[in-house]
Design a protein around this ligand. Structure first.
Ligand SMILES: [Ca+2]
Ligand SMILES: [Ca+2]
Length: 328
């Protein structure tokens, strides 16, 4: 019996020694990780300390350092794009990053709000610009970045495309930034510089017979003709009369590789921002043409409407330009 008790005591002692060794092991590896981690920020270290404290309280089993959750700050930041480019023309490259940052809001899942951030880093430091705060949903916060001299001051500007999903279509908005003057402009809804509702509402439609729909804008003194008889099963005059209710949808819809919000180069070497709007016929499933609005960026870094193109969708989806309206 005595022997048995001695064996029991020895076993208990050994067990406690092993567990001590294990927790030491964990502590040293945690320290190692802290030491090896680059000078990220004080916040990260504080977070790590808190994590290890929590784990000591809640569970006795040692944690594998490999599976230790990353600091909260990192988990919420996703780098969507990173590239080096000399944006300001000083022969030194800047690091350009697009970050998607999860917001500490109540929403979850698709209702969760995200921040889209442009980060420019050079020898002088880091510049952060929030270009959008929105529910990411299926679209996300960013779809494209381009570098182009938009305002003609000889220095590259940054053009960021912001994706959005409408009731039955994909759309794109944008943010532009001049790193030299620190001017920016954002189009995520109609404003005094880009007002698609005003543009769209200035157009009216009138069926004039023989599968021809007249499109007119009193504001721009324009009149043109859309051929709506192509490839239709029902070509009755009664059906065609329904096209009197056609409309221009006042949002920057994406219909294809060339029919979307994008930068285009003019013959004179200037850059324009193209914003296409759909012409819907009987329903949103019935696209009969496009009104494309072209904007340039003036020296106060604001968009100015330059011209409009009216496009008729012909046979086999051929795009026929039936109107070219000069505005400014
Ligand atoms: Ca530079
Ligand atoms: Ca510029």
């Amino acid at each position: 019996m005595k022997k048995l008790i001695i064996v029991f005591i020895i076993t208990a002692l050994m067990l406690s020694l092993i567990s001590c060794g294990k927790s030491n092991e964990v502590k040293t590896s945690a320290n190692k990780e802290q030491n090896s981690s680059s000078d990220n920020s004080v916040k990260n270290d504080v977070q790590q300390d808190k994590d290890s404290e929590d784990s000591q309280v809640t569970s006795a089993t040692p944690k594998d350092p490999q599976t230790t959750p990353k600091p909260l700050e990192d988990k919420n930041v996703e780098v969507l794009k990173q590239e080096n480019i000399d944006i300001d023309g000083d022969k030194k490259t800047e690091k350009i990053e697009i970050l998607k940052i999860k917001q500490d809001s109540e929403g979850s899942g698709e209702n969760r709000e995200y921040e889209g951030k442009l980060r420019i880093t050079d020898d002088n430091g880091t510049e952060d610009l929030t270009f959008i705060k929105k529910q990411a949903g299926l679209a996300g916060v960013y779809s494209n970045i381009e570098y182009n001299d938009l305002d003609g001051d000889g220095v590259l500007d940054i053009f960021i495309e912001i994706p959005e999903v409408g009731s039955s279509f994909t759309m794109s908005y944008f943010f532009i930034y001049n790193p030299k003057t620190k001017s920016s402009y954002k189009f995520v809804e109609d404003n005094q510089y880009i007002n698609l509702r005003n543009l769209a509402d200035s157009f009216s439609f009138d069926y004039v017979g023989s599968g021809t729909l007249e499109i007119a804008s009193s504001r721009f003194g324009y009149k043109g003709r859309l051929n709506i008889s192509d490839g239709r099963q029902d070509t009755s005059e009664e059906m065609f009369l329904g096209y009197n209710r056609s409309w221009v949808e006042p949002v920057p819809i994406e219909m294809g590789a060339d029919s979307r919000l994008m930068l285009v180069r003019t013959h004179e070497g200037k850059t324009e921002i193209k914003i296409p709007m759909c012409i819907f016929g009987l329903a949103t499933a019935d696209i009969i043409g496009e009104v494309d609005a072209y904007y340039t960026v003036d020296n106060s870094f604001k968009p100015v409407l330059k011209r409009l193109e009216i496009i008729d969708y012909g046979k086999d989806n051929k795009l026929n330009i039936i109107g070219n309206i000069k505005v400014n």
